[in-house]
Design a protein around this ligand. Structure first.
Ligand code: SAH
Length: 392
């Protein structure tokens, strides 16, 4: 196995179990690793400290283990078994009302670079690192064994998530089974998952609990679900007894999916309408009919450089909602940009509120659900932030 030696002092973050090694920390290699290969990491004093997947780029190694253990079928099975046990403990797996959950959340499950979402009998697996791509067949085998009949299909979807530098020719496709039956269930509500063409793995699993909270606020309200994608918040609002629900997304495909999903749960229900339109245009023209608004935009900042613009985007967007929402209205507002901190986001929303001059109270501070756990040694894993606000 190729060995990698760190520069003196660069082992500090690894002693605190942080799972990334940046390329600048490397002194030299003993051998020439291929992208995606497992390498052993040694300190400048030649002591073993970690092992993980090597990749060309700023994050050179993603740590799989801080112990010297073989990375084989048994290793993947052990890690996946812990991940499944956690999902059973929190009540999202083996729950007849809910067969949709994230089984593996990268660093949060000590499997950096790997995402696995479960939709009924299908697991959608996504590699974000060359190493997870290289090991995909063995991981799929481990997954099939650990899931022990819970899933019949594994769809691999990594064409857009792998680093372009890696010459890996990823192919999307089934690694197990091949069923196109794609209806899954979240908290008793049904939806179609488009794992072939949809965003992420096909559904935004991370909003499950926030949607459930929204349901509790929906009774007799006029709801705007802005950035609706597959309409998750919309069908929860309908079950919660909303007067009307309007779903908006700039993507016509998202609007089709939303209509299909609402139809699946509430066939022929006239309370729902969906519009394919740009958010800012819609917010400008919509008037003051809503007293419950959801703003769940895409990540405005994917990199640190884009932070300033992103914060301006959040401010503008929220300012529109504060300007238009009815007195006594409730605003659910989110940011899923990892580089935007909780404080950044709160300041942007605060500024928007101040611009409107309205009295605003924070009712809930939201985050990602427990099946998107944050590794305590990797605080970067916390990405979803939300505020529920009462607007006087
Ligand atoms: N709330 C959704 C997830 C939202 S993802 C859920 O619960 O599943 C973000 C969505 O914003 C995407 O569907 C994307 O098509 C949409 N979007 C991006 N830019 C937009 C814009 N300018 N106006 C309206 N929608 C936009």
């Amino acid at each position: 196995m190729v060995k990698l030696y760190l520069k003196s002092g660069k082992e500090e973050s690894l002693k605190r179990f942080h799972p990334w090694i940046f390329s600048g920390a490397i002194a030299h290699f003993d051998g020439e690793p291929e992208e995606g290969e497992v390498v052993e990491v040694y300190t400048s004093k030649k002591e073993f400290i970690a092992e993980g997947h090597f990749q060309i780029g700023s994050i050179a190694v993603r740590v799989l283990s801080f112990k010297q253990v073989p990375i084989n079928l048994d290793f993947w099975k052990k890690r996946l078994a812990v991940a499944l046990d956690l999902r059973r403990s929190i009540g999202v797996a083996d729950n007849p009302e809910n067969d949709t959950y994230r089984l593996v959340h990268g660093e949060g499950d000590s499997l950096p670079g790997l995402i696995i979402d479960v939709y009924a009998h299908t697991a959608v697996m996504q590699a974000h690192s060359a190493g997870m791509h290289v090991d995909r067949m063995e991981i799929a085998k481990a997954l099939e064994e650990v899931m022990d009949g819970r899933i019949q299909n594994i769809y691999y979807k990594s064409e857009t998530t792998l680093p372009f530098k890696a010459d890996l020719a990823p192919e999307n496709g089934f690694l197990l089974g091949g069923s196109t039956d794609n209806i899954a269930c979240e908290n008793g509500l049904k939806f179609h998952v488009d794992w072939l063409k949809g965003q992420k793995t096909g559904f935004f699993v991370d909003q499950r609990e926030n949607r459930a909270l929204l349901e509790r606020y929906s009774k007799n309200r006029n709801v705007l679900n802005m950035f609706c994608y597959t309409g998750g918040f919309s069908f929860y609002a309908m079950r919660g007894g909303a007067n009307l629900v309007h779903s908006v997304d700039s993507s016509a495909k998202a609007i089709d999916l939303t209509n299909k999903n609402v139809e699946l749960n509430f066939p022929g229900d006239p309370r729902h309408e969906a519009f394919a339109e740009d958010a800012f245009k819609y917010l400008d023209r919509m008037g003051d009919q809503y007293d419950l608004i959801i703003l769940d935009p895409p990540a405005f900042a994917k990199h640190k450089d884009a932070l300033r613009n992103a914060l301006m985007g959040y401010r503008k967007l929220n300012a529109k909602a504060f300007e238009k929402i009815k007195p006594g209205g409730i605003l659910f507002t989110f940011s899923c940009s990892q580089v935007v901190t909780k404080d950044n986001f709160r300041t942007a929303v605060f500024t928007a509120a101040a611009l409107s001059g309205r009295n605003v109270r924070i009712l809930h501070q939201l985050t990602q659900p427990a099946d998107h756990p944050v590794n305590i040694y990797h605080p970067e894993g916390e990405y979803l932030k939300g505020l529920v606000l009462y607007v006087e």
